[in-house]
Design a protein around this ligand. Structure first.
Ligand code: CTP
Length: 404
């Protein structure tokens, strides 16, 4: 993960997550970046400017003018290769969305010509408030990159959305953005599905599965890292894509995922269907909560539409379609069957018999099966590395078929 030689202006605003910023600066510096830190007055109640100066090895600036010194905000904005506002409080977000400029952070933001990354951090209710969401879509609309909030414990004691992304994830996010190493998918559009689907039984219950969405999200990020414009159709999951080249469409059921995929598939060159889609949904969805009565309850289930098979039917020669196969026995045989039956170009096989593979883990052990009858088994590796291998194999396939 390299940020070698990158100049980064880090603006720290008033949120409890500011206490993580000295650690974050250290990680940025370790990755090779030169970091200058700005703080708002509120930020200094959560983190000391002295700590930030010590780790960044630059003076920490808070005001446009520090007595006799004029801190040139235009110069700072021009110096930086990227500006990162982390944590970005609800208050600062509101200012950014509306062009207010009552401190140095806002002045540098308004004069920055470099890409700006915003890592919001606040309590879940503040995060979900319509005004915050409106401000987020406004600043996105200005071309800023939002580093998605994480899900977890919040300072309020609640558990939910709104935590600042972890420092290592933010470093990865920036590194991915700057990764010029490979732009082999520039101009290419890709579709990825990830996560489980929930099939509603009644207003309070559903049929679901344990998929975390991590594998599919890692693939979406890996495709975006190579320059692709990615649409991620994501079932209910707390995980989020890191790369700003990934646009997420959130869905709940197999039917919603099917509809989104059929629509998106028309314009993409690559589709990777990693979601664990429910094969069956309740035949009838009760409008009211089903009451407890008899000792046994039988639910009639109806088959869902198979998205991979559906896309396989309409696939064009310039499109590469990749599916997954999660198996517990006769793995190769079943996976090959799926490859043929669903008209995919490649199937990524996961065996639940492999330790460290499958749902929930950060690692995976995969076998890549291609239409030419070949298969390649990879060792146990992180989902991120597995995603990179899958993307490399897709590139190889497209190259071999001259549809790069
Ligand atoms: N899939 C899909 N739509 C469905 C079910 C599965 O697109 N309704 C896709 C999955 O995203 C995956 C592939 O089909 O890419 C294989 O999924 P898997 O669950 O392994 O196989 P199934 O075809 O559902 O068969 P089975 O459950 O009998 O193994």
């Amino acid at each position: 993960m390299s940020l070698q030689g990158k100049r980064i202006v880090l603006a720290v605003t008033g949120s409890i997550a500011a206490y993580k910023t000295p650690q974050f600066v250290r990680q940025l510096v370790k990755a090779g970046a030169d970091v200058k830190v700005l703080v708002t007055v509120a930020a200094t109640q959560f983190v000391s400017a002295l700590s930030l100066a010590a780790v960044s090895k630059h003076a920490v600036l808070a005001n446009v003018n520090d007595g006799a010194t004029w801190n040139n905000h235009v110069e700072l904005g021009l110096w930086a290769d990227a500006m990162l506002i982390a944590p970005c409080s609800a208050n600062t977000l509101g200012k950014l969305a509306n062009g207010l400029c009552d401190n140095l952070v806002c002045a540098v933001y308004l004069s920055a010509r470099c890409p700006v990354f915003i890592a919001p951090a606040m309590d879940e209710d503040m995060w979900l408030h319509p005004s915050t969401q409106l401000n987020i879509s406004k600043v996105k609309g200005f071309g800023n990159h939002i580093i998605p909030v994480a899900h977890g414990e919040l300072a309020s004691g609640l558990v939910g959305e709104g935590r600042m992304a972890e420092p290592e994830d933010m470093v990865a996010h920036l590194a991915m953005f700057f990764s010029v190493e490979n732009n082999s998918l520039k101009g290419v559009k890709a579709l990825v599905t990830a996560g489980p689907t929930y099939e509603r039984i009644d207003p309070v219950r559903f049929i679901g599965n344990f998929s975390s969405g991590k594998m599919g999200i890692a693939i979406a990020d890996a495709l975006a890292e190579k320059g692709a414009a990615v649409t991620l159709v994501l079932g209910p999951s707390h995980e989020r894509a890191h790369h700003s080249g990934v646009r997420t469409i959130a869905v709940e059921s197999a039917q919603e995922m099917y509809a989104a995929c059929i629509e998106e598939f028309k314009s993409v060159q690559i589709a990777v269907l990693a979601a664990a889609v429910a094969d069956y949904r309740p035949a009838v969805r009760a409008d009211e909560k089903i009451k407890k009565k008899d000792n046994e309850l039988t639910l009639a289930l109806a088959k869902t539409d198979d998205i991979l098979a559906g896309l396989g039917k309409i696939k064009q020669s310039w499109q590469t379609l990749v599916g997954f196969a999660l198996e517990t026995n006769n793995e190769l045989e079943h996976a090959t069957g799926k490859l043929t039956a669903k008209n995919a170009d490649m199937v990524v096989l996961n065996s639940l018999r492999d330790e460290g593979a499958g749902f929930g883990h950060d690692t995976n052990k995969i076998t890549l099966l291609t239409g030419d009858g070949r298969h390649k088994t990879l060792p146990l590796m992180s989902k991120k590395d597995a995603a990179a291998s899958i993307v490399d194999q897709i590139l190889e396939l497209r190259h071999a078929e001259n549809i790069a």
